[in-house]
Design a protein around this ligand. Structure first.
Ligand code: SF4
Length: 92
């Protein structure tokens, strides 16, 4: 799979997930694209879409928590209006 194809998969995942949860995606398309790039790079490197804004420790059990959507995002979106990477936002 080419990098562009991986990125497309990431994009589809994010759109579907946001729709299902009632979130919106980062309205700044440049920032959004950077998060897609980051997730796609991780998917390419590790075979799992680890959060691009967090450190992969190399401990499968721990690292599972940061596979997007990470275990932290709901609380972050509720509290800060967006997840740590600014991928998912709370609708106004
Ligand atoms: S912070 Fe956002 S982009 Fe990063 S893993 Fe969590 S939900 Fe995904």
């Amino acid at each position: 799979m080419t990098f562009e194809e991986i990125k497309e998969k990431v994009r589809q995942y994010a759109e579907k997930y946001a729709a299902r949860k009632g979130y919106i995606l980062n309205p700044n398309l440049e920032e959004l694209d950077l998060v897609y790039e980051g997730l796609a790079k991780r998917r390419e490197q590790y075979g799992a879409q680890y959060c691009p804004c967090r450190i992969v420790l190399g401990d499968k059990q721990e690292d599972r928590k940061i596979i997007c959507p990470c275990v932290y995002h709901e609380e972050e979106i509720e509290r800060d209006g967006m997840c740590h990477c600014a991928l998912f936002f709370k609708p106004e």
